[in-house]
Design a protein around this ligand. Structure first.
Ligand code: V47
Ligand code: SF4
Length: 373
């Protein structure tokens, strides 16, 4: 297989250590890289090489397209049974404590115009709310806006509500699907390594449980995303272990749409003593994820978390999805110290950001179908 210009540029790297030469060869012919290769990329490859290799994979999957969606978030509550050390959002750390009523949530839905295609619902794990509460909420939202795709409830929220209702995971997911659940967001994955997970979010659902919930969701026709929280206590080995577990699951089901690396932000939480990683480290993370996850169709930069500038640059390191317009509807990252305290982007700002990054802006729906003007 040839890849044109990128192939020629890669010759520039022929003097690199053998291991990088061999990785470059594998990527250029579409061969899967190994966990050791992934570590070598993190440890030895300079950004120029990473950008080229990630760009090859991105181009193969998505051409010059960079996708965005008109979307908004609803965070129903920040009252949480868990106490993750990195969290600035839950009632344990945030200055505010809230639980929206169903009517208040429906009011927020009514405020959005018909061009908005997707609602992302996620929040804390409320001790008193069960699966019927959340199923009923989905039904009411769909009754109000049948065409709105609802991507809702992280695997951690799902684990709690399904367990509370004494259902099997498959029963709980089937029930929520029948109420209008369209897909599952990628939250709660954090870092799969059990020792680090225990340290930073020991009360949370286990890694195996997170993977099991996504696997069952895929089998019953509910697609999902996957995330990884990076830039805290984890090593490159832990990052590759996380990517490897996701790649294996995706080989079995093909149900993941996008992978979203989430940079640890250190304001107002119990891990504030840990410095945030550099932009170089962020770009490495995007590029290695794009190269390693050869079976994931999309790599997303979640701009409210990393800032617009970093998201824009990430398009040269494998990213093809800029998430969406958001409409100032999420607080998770503003509370943790992100640059945008009221995240909202107009479609023209989104198009300008993508065009300046030399990509083709494509408005998408939740299934990555292009929206025709
Ligand atoms: O699981 C919480 C993360 C996630 C911090 O699927 C933090 O399209 C960094 O998963 N620093 C929830 N990260 C958000 C999420 C998400 C966001 C956007 C799109 C999608 C999608 C999913 O936020 C949590 C956790 O990993 N998080 N606190 C923090 N201080
Ligand atoms: Fe609760 Fe989620 Fe915050 Fe953990 S990250 S404390 S589960 S809201």
């Amino acid at each position: 297989m040839t890849t044109g210009t990128s192939d020629k540029k890669i010759l520039h790297y022929i003097d690199k250590p053998n291991v990088l030469k061999e990785i470059a060869r594998k990527v250029s012919v579409g061969e899967r890289i190994s966990p050791d290769d992934g570590i070598a990329l993190f440890e030895q490859a300079e950004l120029g090489l990473l950008g080229l290799l990630a760009d090859m994979v991105r181009t193969r999957n998505n051409g010059t397209n960079a996708y965005y969606i008109r979307n908004f978030h609803i965070e129903p509550t920040n009252i949480c049974v868990n106490k993750c050390k990195f969290c600035s959002y839950s009632h344990h750390f945030s200055p505010n404590k809230w639980e929206l009523s169903v009517d208040e949530i429906l009011e927020k839905v009514k405020l959005q115009d018909d061009t908005v295609l997707e609602l992302h619902i996620t929040g804390a794990v409320h001790p008193d709310r069960d699966i019927y509460y959340y199923g009923d909420l989905l039904r009411k939202i769909k009754a109000l806006r049948p065409g709105l795709h609802v991507k809702a409830y992280s695997a951690v929220e799902l684990d709690y509500m399904i367990e509370k209702s004494a259902m099997k995971i498959s029963e709980g997911l089937e029930y929520l699907k029948s109420c209008g659940l369209g897909s599952i967001p990628g939250g709660g994955a954090e870092i799969f390594d059990e020792t680090i997970r225990e340290n930073i979010c020991g009360m949370k659902s286990s890694s195996n449980r997170w993977l099991e919930i996504h696997e069952i969701a895929h089998r019953i026709g509910i697609p999902s995303n996957a995330t990884m929280l990076y830039g805290h206590l984890e090593t490159y080995l832990h990052r590759i272990d996380h990517l490897e577990r996701l790649r294996q699951l995706q080989d079995r089901t093909g149900g993941f749409n996008a992978f979203i690396p989430l940079k640890f932000r250190n304001r107002n939480n119990e891990m504030s003593d840990i410095a945030e990683v550099s932009v170089v480290e962020d770009m490495k993370m995007y590029a290695v994820a794009r190269i390693y996850l050869d079976n994931f169709p999309h790599l997303k930069a979640y701009w409210p978390a990393v800032g617009r500038k970093l998201a824009q640059i990430s398009m040269s390191f494998g990213v093809d999805d800029m998430d969406g317009t958001i409409n100032d509807s999420t607080q998770i990252y503003s509370l943790a110290g992100a640059e945008d305290q009221n995240p909202a982007m107009t479609v023209s700002q989104m198009i300008a950001m993508i065009t300046e990054g030399k990509r083709t802006p494509v408005e998408r729906d939740s299934y990555y179908q292009e929206m025709k003007a």
